[in-house]
Design a binder for this molecule. Structure first.
Ligand code: NAP
Length: 264
């Protein structure tokens, strides 16, 4: 068999039970990575791991709520116990709503009405979870002088999209943490980059229900005139940012949006 870009590499992908996470997990496995498929629902992570194995790849499903510190560290430990180390860490999961009443996506809430439980939960499952994973994988990446960390943010945060205070804040915090780690950890052979996507997924469908006019108008605003697809569009970027092609790129935000925001 021909050598593949990620042969011998071990990846953790959170939020991989569906959507963008699933698309990236499949793509990494097709390039030879052993993948830890992580999200809360046992049946979905097992189904994606089965899908990977059915294609001849290697994967395990791990039920992990990224909002729980002990589960984050346990997930990384399980990757190390199973495959020896972690080379690629993709923090893609993001919680919405509150712990008691989680939602599939954001709903409009004016800044002055910001709910503090929602602030805490959105932040914990976003920025704090990304930081926990980064701290947990760092010793392994530093020791092997190889690490590719990909964190997920959103152009909503960059532009301060109305009604999204909690989400915008956690996503911009993720970018700030990522840039800081990029500067500190480059010397150890660790790259830290960010993806800002606009892709058709369940989170997007939930948003479509909440704001149908806005989402329809959005397609017209995207220069490529379509919403991206998790496998076709996120898969190749995740492989690139996980492999040797991106060795000299760190601290950067990749706009996977079909040109929707061409920010300077
Ligand atoms: N789709 C877009 O256009 C878009 C735009 C901007 C940013 N993003 C970002 O891209 C990432 C992926 O979004 P998506 O559209 O693929 O979402 P999605 O289709 O809703 O999938 C989310 C995944 O995350 C998991 N998840 C949710 N909360 C979790 C938690 N607390 N712990 C562990 N896993 C959890 C879900 O599985 P379980 O429910 O089983 O846990 C699911 O597998 C998110 O960070 C999102 O904010 C997406």
């Amino acid at each position: 068999m021909e050598a593949r870009t990620l042969d011998g590499k071990v990846a953790i992908v959170t939020g991989a039970g569906r959507g963008i996470g699933r698309g990236m997990a499949l793509a990494l496995a097709r390039e030879g990575a052993k993948v830890v498929v992580a999200s809360r629902t046992r049946s979905t992570v097992d189904a994606v791991a089965d899908e990977i194995r059915a294609e001849g790849g290697e994967a395990i499903g791990v039920a992990c709520d990224v909002g729980q510190r002990d589960q984050v560290y346990a997930c990384v430990q399980q990757a190390v116990d199973t495959y020896g180390t972690v080379h690629i860490m993709i923090s893609n999961a993001q919680g919405f709503g509150t712990e008691a009443a989680p939602r599939a996506s954001t709903v409009f809430m004016a800044v002055e009405d910001t709910d503090e439980d929602e602030w805490e939960y959105t932040f914990r499952t976003g920025a704090t979870a990304s930081l926990w994973f980064m701290k947990a994988v760092f010793p392994h990446m530093k020791a092997q002088k190889y690490g590719k960390i990909i964190n997920f943010a959103s152009s909503s945060g960059q532009i301060g999209f109305e009604g999204n205070t909690c989400y915008n804040a956690t996503k911009e915090a993720i970018r700030a943490i990522s840039r800081t780690a990029a500067r500190e950890w480059g010397q150890h052979g660790i790259n830290v980059n960010i993806i800002n996507p606009a892709l058709e997924t369940r989170a997007f469908d939930a948003w479509k229900t909440a704001r149908p006019d806005f989402v329809e108008a959005l397609k017209e605003k995207i220069p490529m005139r379509r919403l991206g697809d998790p496998e076709r569009d996120a898969g190749p970027l995740a492989v690139f940012l996980s492999g040797p092609g991106s060795d000299y790129i760190t601290g950067s935000t990749f706009m996977l949006e079909g040109g929707m925001h061409t920010l300077p």
